[in-house]
Design a protein around this ligand. Structure first.
Ligand SMILES: *Cc1c(COP(=O)(O)O)cnc(C)c1O
Length: 398
């Protein structure tokens, strides 16, 4: 038994695809402590710097004092506490939908939702770059799965035609992300809404990387484009820009009622701690406020600082994928080179992860720089300078 997986692990190492956990001895913040060293952290999705904000800490502490730590039961048994109910009311109001449901993670929200809304007579159409949680949920649903090339409306349209022809009465579900997690680009939402209407399909939009960052009051891409009512199912996480933990689904009252009754990732798990729901609600109150708008403005200034600090070549690449988010991929291609570049940045005090297969395709390894409102101008210009210099070294060596 002792060498179980050794060969597989060796193979991962040989391909530079092996991952190790890194212990952080401080709070999630622009600077983190790793084995006694301070590093400037460009690896988190805490885009507004809320993860260690006193507003959230105080909300969580107060809720712990009142409700304790563990929920002790599933939401559908005796694990639904007032903070869960208040959070869901706040989510629905903020997103502009009839109702909302919170889950213990964004992963669970995506898996639970797709599993519940489609079945073996249905078709799920997934963007090629869809997050693993959406892929897993689609698989679990038992529906026929078709993948269309990233943001490719023509291919999606032919899949829709095929699905309607083969199964005139079945449910067709289009699944995409508002901002893609490893490329940082956006979905062509208006055109997707047009297609979903033409083919009477259901549109599921995962706003994991757009809420808090894009749109009025940080409500995301659908709100930014005035399309909230035309997206049937809004999925997102409470763990990225909202700085807490958990996931959500927003939509019609009947959708939420169906999920409560059918989403296995909601039903068969202990409810998230009420204190986390309280912290997430504090985050929503903040992003909806004027202070939230100012924080988002600051984030966009920081994004501009990074973009203008990077070499022209990298800027052109970012423009080409129309990155309109806090996520900046520096595509390297080769896994070993990407890991080397990440290591070189680490040596200079910057934490920037090398994103590799299976998070992206093989041969599409990249650095993923995530900017937050909490970074200083100086931290960002320092990173840009280091990336420009070290990337030139790696490119020359290749
Ligand atoms: C991070 C992410 C999730 C999962 O959310 P968690 O709360 O981290 O489980 C789901 N979908 C997308 C697109 C994500 O980027």
């Amino acid at each position: 038994m002792s060498d179980l997986f050794n060969a597989e692990l060796h193979e991962l190492r040989a391909q530079s695809l092996h991952r190790k956990l890194r212990e952080i001895g401080s709070a999630q913040a622009p600077e983190v402590q790793i084995v006694g060293r301070r590093l400037v952290n460009f690896s988190s999705n805490d885009y507004l710097g809320l993860a260690s904000d006193p507003l959230l800490c105080e909300a969580a502490t107060a809720a712990i004092a009142e409700y304790g730590v563990g929920a002790g039961a599933s939401r559908i048994v005796s694990g639904t506490f007032s903070p869960h109910v208040r959070l869901e009311a706040a989510l629905a109001k903020w997103k502009g939908t009839q109702a909302a449901l919170s889950f213990s993670s964004g992963y669970a929200a995506a898996v639970g939702t797709l599993q519940a809304i489609a079945g073996k007579n249905d078709v799920v159409l997934l963007d090629k770059l869809s997050h693993a949680s959406l892929v897993d949920g689609a698989k679990l649903s038992g529906a026929t799965i078709r993948v269309f090339p990233h943001n490719h409306l023509g291919k999606l349209e032919s899949h829709l035609e095929g699905a309607r022809r083969e199964n005139p009465d079945g449910r067709i579900v289009i699944v995409t992300e508002a901002v893609f997690s490893t490329d940082g680009d956006r979905a062509p939402l208006r055109q997707l809404v047009g297609l979903k209407k033409r083919f009477a399909a259901v549109l599921v939009l995962d706003e994991a990387h757009s809420i808090g960052v894009i749109g009025p009051n940080g409500r995301g891409l659908a709100a930014d484009e005035g399309l909230t009512k035309h997206v049937d199912i809004h999925i997102g996480t409470l763990g990225k820009a909202l700085g807490a933990s958990g996931g959500y689904v927003c939509g019609s009252r009947s959708l939420i009622d169906w999920l409560i009754n059918r989403a296995r990732a909601f039903i068969f798990t202990t409810a998230p701690p009420p204190a986390l729901a309280a912290a997430a609600q504090a985050a929503i109150d903040f992003v909806s406020s004027q202070a939230g708008d100012e924080c988002r403005l600051l984030l966009w200034q920081r994004i501009a600082t990074l973009r203008s600090g990077l070499d022209g070549g990298v800027q052109t690449e970012l423009d080409a994928i129309q990155a309109g988010s806090a996520i900046h991929p520096i595509v390297i291609g080769d896994e070993i080179e990407a890991v080397e570049l990440s290591r070189a940045l680490y040596a200079e005090g910057f934490l920037v992860p090398a994103v590799r297969y299976p998070a992206v395709a093989k041969g599409a390894a990249r650095l993923r720089i995530a900017v937050t409102a909490a970074h200083s101008e100086k931290q960002i210009s320092g990173l840009a300078e280091a990336v420009n210099r070290l990337r030139a070294d790696v490119t020359l060596a290749a």
